[in-house]
Every structure is written in structure tokens, then in C-alpha cells.
Ligand binder design. Structure first.
Ligand code: HEC
Ligand code: HEC
Ligand code: HEC
Length: 137
């Protein structure tokens, strides 16, 4: 194939690509500030040592695996008690355990999921079956 007038078409293409991708790179480096993650729920406020099931960094990256593991243990194996590394026991339940502490679901779970740009928005499909906490709007 012969490219006619390549010396005009190629710069033209570059400008065109630049224009259509403008919104993408224009916003680079000034992404929306991350949401402030709130832990000020009644239950967490009462905790002497404010800690989650796993260390914070592990929760941040691994809460989905933990939830999956809990679900498998409950639904397939019939176990309901999770013993953490420090010996603390948890009821392996999304709505009765996670949400007991993180009762600010929209501020906590949803806000972070929206920020992270999760395809599912705010992982709403869990809440088609599991009971979401009642929150003051
Ligand atoms: C189609 C309905 C449905 C959907 C959607 C669903 N679950 Fe469940 N889930 C159940 C049922 C039913 C049980 C069994 C409840 C029991 O035995 O206490 C369960 C149990 C669980 C458990 C262990 C018990 C408990 O009380 O939490 C976890 C953890 C869990 N699901 C997490 C999730 C997560 C996370 C999602 C979204 C990714 C999700 N589920 C989506 C129906 C559903
Ligand atoms: C006993 C109360 C409690 C329970 C139960 C609990 N959390 Fe937490 N969670 C906390 C506290 C307190 C923190 C902040 C920990 C810290 O600052 O070190 C936290 C942190 C987190 C974080 C990290 C947030 C960040 O800043 O990156 C995630 C994600 C999370 N929890 C999800 C969950 C999920 C999912 C469950 C259920 C599997 C759960 N939590 C159960 C109290 C709890
Ligand atoms: C600090 C930010 C943050 C917080 C807070 C947070 N999540 Fe997530 N969550 C994420 C990210 C990021 C992903 C996607 C991870 C991935 O795709 O590997 C995710 C994924 C998930 C998934 C898996 C969805 C899927 O389709 O696989 C579930 C279930 C989930 N989160 C539940 C929760 C629940 C319940 C809470 C509140 C108790 C919560 N998350 C709080 C950041 C957060």
C-alpha cells in the first residue's frame, strides 16, 4: 500500500489523536482527591484499640478475598467463627460483622468503591441479598 501525502496525513493524525484524547491527558496529575475514609461509627468509637480483622494494609488490598473466604466457610463448610491472628474471634458475616463496625456503608464502602472506579460502582449486588445498614442520609 502506498501512503499518499504521508507528510501531511501523519501530523494530521497526531493532532487528531491529541484532540480526541485531550480530556484524558488534560486531567492527568489532577485526579479527584481521594475520599476521606471515615471510621467514626458508634462501634468503632467505642473500641479501645481501633483495628480491623486483619492489619489495615491487608484489609485495604484483601478485604474482597476475606469476604469470599468467609462466604465459602459459612455457605459450604458451615463454620461461622473466624479466629484472627491475635486470637480475636469474629462472626464471619458481612452484614452482622463488617457492617456492625462499618455501619457507615455509603461513606465507607461505597465512597471508596466509587473512587476506585469499580465497574460495579459500589458493589451493589451484594446488597441485593444482604441487608444494608440503615443510615441517616
Ligand atoms: C443471590 C443472593 C446473594 C448475593 C448476591 C450475595 N450473597 Fe452472600 N450470601 C447469600 C446467602 C443466602 C448466604 C447464606 C446466609 C447464611 O447462611 O447466613 C450468604 C452468605 C454470605 C457470607 C457469610 C454469612 C453472612 O452473614 O455474611 C458472606 C461473607 C457473604 N455472603 C458475602 C457476600 C458478598 C461479599 C457478596 C457480594 C460480592 C454477596 N455475598 C452476594 C446470598 C447472597
Ligand atoms: C471490630 C470492628 C471491625 C470489624 C468487625 C471490621 N472492621 Fe474494617 N476496620 C475497622 C477499623 C477500626 C479500621 C481502621 C484500622 C486502622 O486504622 O488500623 C478498619 C479498616 C478497614 C479497611 C481499610 C480502610 C482503609 O483505610 O484502607 C477496610 C477495607 C475494612 N476495614 C473493611 C472491612 C470488612 C470488609 C470487614 C468484614 C470482613 C471489616 N472491615 C470488619 C473496624 C472493623
Ligand atoms: C479503601 C477503599 C475501600 C474500602 C473502604 C472498601 N473497599 Fe471494597 N474494594 C476496594 C477496591 C479497590 C476493590 C477492587 C479490588 C480489585 O478489583 O481487585 C474492592 C472490591 C470489593 C469487593 C469485590 C467486588 C468484586 O466484584 O469482586 C467486595 C465484595 C468489597 N470490595 C466489599 C467491601 C465492603 C463490604 C466494604 C465496607 C465494609 C468495602 N469493600 C470497603 C476498595 C475499598
Amino acid at each position: 500500500m502506498k501512503i499518499y501525502n504521508a507528510n501531511k496525513i501523519i501530523p494530521g493524525l497526531i493532532i487528531f489523536l491529541g484532540l480526541i484524547t485531550f480530556p484524558m491527558w488534560y486531567n492527568m496529575g489532577k485526579a479527584a482527591p481521594p475520599p476521606e475514609i471515615k471510621f467514626d461509627t458508634p462501634v468503632i468509637q467505642q473500641m479501645a484499640v481501633k483495628q480491623c480483622v486483619l492489619p489495615k494494609a491487608d484489609m485495604r488490598t484483601g478485604h474482597m478475598q476475606l469476604l469470599n473466604e468467609w462466604r465459602t466457610q459459612v455457605v459450604r463448610n458451615g463454620y461461622r467463627t473466624y479466629v484472627a491472628a491475635d486470637g480475636k474471634e469474629y462472626n464471619m458475616s458481612l452484614q452482622n460483622e463488617c457492617i456492625k463496625c462499618h455501619s457507615n456503608k455509603t461513606q465507607f464502602c461505597d465512597q471508596c468503591h466509587v473512587y476506585a472506579g469499580l465497574q460495579l460502582g459500589s458493589v451493589p449486588y451484594c446488597w441485593t441479598c444482604h441487608i444494608a445498614p440503615k443510615e441517616a442520609k
